[in-house]
Design a protein around this ligand. Structure first.
Ligand code: FAS
Ligand code: PHB
Length: 393
């Protein structure tokens, strides 16, 4: 089989790239090791930046996000038992975020891809990448008891943190930066109305908590737990009781509980692989970087990588120019490192660390107090949270 761009991974990065390339008239095949249902079953992100919404529109898949998503103009910070609203819309002269689950983004992209009759190989085993340092890269995989080979011009490694793409690059050719946090997020998804109209980020003596949502009838909550914690140790009641202890009186009053649709623990890390291009292999999304979810950047960074990559490939096929491809990695990394900084800063501000101590707690509270009373500080948080603009090639 032959295609112009072989995409490894059918998560949001791979699917969005495939759709944008299709719209640009560039043939592509996606090779995914799981089933489509497995990919849809992973509960992850919930907040889309305007940059991501713009890319979904360009891909022709933003209709349901606009119809069912919730535009949000602000967030609340809860600390010392008090809630404070950050009016991000005002601080960014009208920008907003869209609350719409990654699962739904993935579903919309999968349906658009199927409707366009594009090829997605699900259940591909032992995927391997070959000759991406030359002019004729190839992807091999096993399916239905046979080994298949996909010839292509380029490979897009959209296969996440544990994927094969980054692992196929010689260790000497890539520099890794990593910070692992000493805690995780225990997440709960339930068909109960959200405790508030906007997201609430909580800094409490018991640790961080986040009140989020997927719709007006489906809520997503997180509590910080020790990194060694096991999800089987947490009954639904134990989760709801812990969340109550981290909420303010109004939140406790309004909290509606119910059975978990999904409950899982996500570890937190900051990670970047540099560069993101190796000959004719381009990394995008979690294959190249991970952020702690505090700043809601993971999915959005995957989208912006793909936004840059599709434009660069469109220039290559349209103008036979490699100039944008040559700048891909630098442009992505400038946006990635700003998002890494914001996500690290917001995580450091909102969580209890083993060495936070009394002095560290006072410093966190002083910074939070400064944030909610200084327009300059609130503007800085707001412009990073709603998403920094994409640069031009
Ligand atoms: P993904 O990991 O989503 O997709 C990679 C795809 O590649 C997968 O389908 C995988 O099966 C496939 N693959 C892997 N190896 C392969 C191989 N060898 N061959 C073929 N296919 C292969 N971000 C937020 O913004 N907010 C959040 O709250 C949030 N919560 C998260 C919770 C968890 C538990 C995790 C793991 C991540 C979370 N993220 C969150 C980040 C997450 O949303 C990612 O940023 C997003 O999924 C990135 O999308 P992709 O880069 O497509 O990677
Ligand atoms: C979510 O709804 O899953 C979510 C929202 C905001 C975050 C992290 C996760 O910062």
């Amino acid at each position: 089989m032959r295609t112009q761009v072989a995409i490894i991974g059918a998560g949001p990065a791979g699917l969005l790239l495939g759709q944008l390339l299709h719209v640009a008239g560039i043939d592509n095949v996606i090779v995914e090791r799981q089933t489509g249902d497995y990919v849809l079953g992973r509960i992850r992100a919930g907040v889309l930046e305007q940059v991501t919404m713009d890319l979904l529109k360009k891909a022709g898949v933003d209709a349901r996000a606009h119809a069912e998503g919730l535009p949000h103009h602000g967030i609340e910070l809860l600390f010392q038992g008090q809630r404070h609203r950050i009016d991000m819309h005002a601080h960014t002269h009208g920008r907003q975020v869209m609350v719409y689950g990654q699962t739904e983004v993935t579903r919309d992209l999968m349906e658009a891809r199927a409707a366009a009759g594009l090829t997605t190989i699900y259940g591909a085993a032992n995927v391997s990448l070959h000759d991406f340092d030359g002019e004729r890269p190839r992807v091999r995989y096993e399916k239905d008891g046979a080994t298949h080979e996909l010839e292509c011009d380029f490979i897009a490694g959209c296969d996440g943190y544990h994927g094969v793409s980054r692992a196929s690059v010689p260790a000497s050719a890539v520099k890794l930066y990593e910070k692992v946090y000493p805690f995780g997020w225990l997440g709960m998804l339930a068909d109960v109305p959200p405790v508030s109209d906007e997201l609430i980020y909580c800094n409490t003596p018991r640790g961080f908590a986040l009140c989020s949502m997927r719709s007006r009838t489906r809520s997503r909550y997180y509590v910080q737990v020790p990194v060694e914690e096991k999800v089987e140790n947490w009954s639904d009641d134990a989760f709801w009781n812990e969340l109550r202890l981290r909420l303010d009186p109004e939140g406790r009053e309004r909290l509606v509980t119910g059975p978990a649709l999904e409950k899982s623990i996500a570890p937190l890390r900051s990670f970047v692989a540099e560069p993101m291009r190796f000959g004719r292999l381009f990394l995008a999304g979690d294959a190249a970087h991970i952020v702690p979810p505090t700043g809601a950047k993971g999915l959005n960074l995957a989208a912006s990588d793909v936004g840059y990559l599709y434009q660069a490939l469109e220039r290559f096929y349209g103008e036979r120019s490699s100039s944008a491809l040559d700048r891909y990695s630098d442009l992505c990394l400038r946006r990635i490192w700003k998002a890494e900084r914001f996500s690290w800063w917001f995580t450091s501000l909102m969580h209890r660390f083993p060495d936070t101590g009394d002095f560290g707690q006072k410093i966190q509270e002083a910074e939070l107090d400064y944030l909610v009373h200084s327009p300059a500080a609130a503007t800085s948080l707001s412009e990073n949270y709603v998403g920094l603009p994409l640069e031009s090639f």
